[in-house]
Design a protein around this ligand. Sequence first.
Ligand SMILES: C[S@@+](CC[C@H](N)C(=O)[O-])C[C@H]1O[C@@H](n2cnc3c(N)ncnc32)[C@H](O)[C@@H]1O
Length: 219
Amino acid sequence: MGKHTDKDKDGVSNMTGRTLHSPIRYDFQLWLAFRGREKNVRDSVLDLLTIKAGDSVLDAGCGTGTLAIAAKRLVGPTGSVHGIDASPEMIARAEKKAQKARVTVAFKYGFVQSLPFPEAHFDVVLSTMMLHHMPHKGRREFIFETRRVLKQGGRLLVVDFIENPRKKKGFFSRFHRHGHINFSDTMDVLNEAGLQIVENGETGIYDLRFVLATARDRT
Ligand SMILES: C[S@@+](CC[C@H](N)C(=O)[O-])C[C@H]1O[C@@H](n2cnc3c(N)ncnc32)[C@H](O)[C@@H]1O
């Protein structure tokens, strides 16, 4: 009989996902990776979809909150941004960063497999560099939860690492051990959950690929 394990084949906890607990180190790694231009990188990610003034946005697995804070500037005072992460340390730093930036973002501790929000609540859900931290079952649960909390016509943007053995190893692979996701499988699950693929492709940032999908009518 095989040894009991609570990790799946990528070494990710089957219960929660791989949570991060060193927020300052995480921000420093991103500062190095993006050569001090993280804000520009975040803005270029948000340019992959249209976020309008008044939109309601969820950043799932928001980490230290940089993307959520950038999104709040787009939705303006009439819109709202929530960020959720399963690491209290990441949430605490995200809250401090929002305070320093003088923007209101509702950061919350929680698991993306079970989103603490009502049905049809958000215009946009963002998932950047988060899915590869999740076990396979959790990825699926998160995608179905996303469909539940998205309004009809609402959009999900996934940005994550793709396995690319032919490419020279970039910063992330050298200094930060991370996994990757299979975009073809992910798009199948999106379809199954009721999300229609609008666009997908390379972001031009390391080995990060994106997929944009919109919530179909439930009928
Ligand atoms: C690589 S970081 C990405 C953070 C952020 N999205 C960004 O773009 O910088 C992955 C984040 O996912 C969080 N995470 C992992 N499993 C999670 C889960 N089941 N629910 C919520 N957050 C989770 C980790 O704690 C970590 O902050």
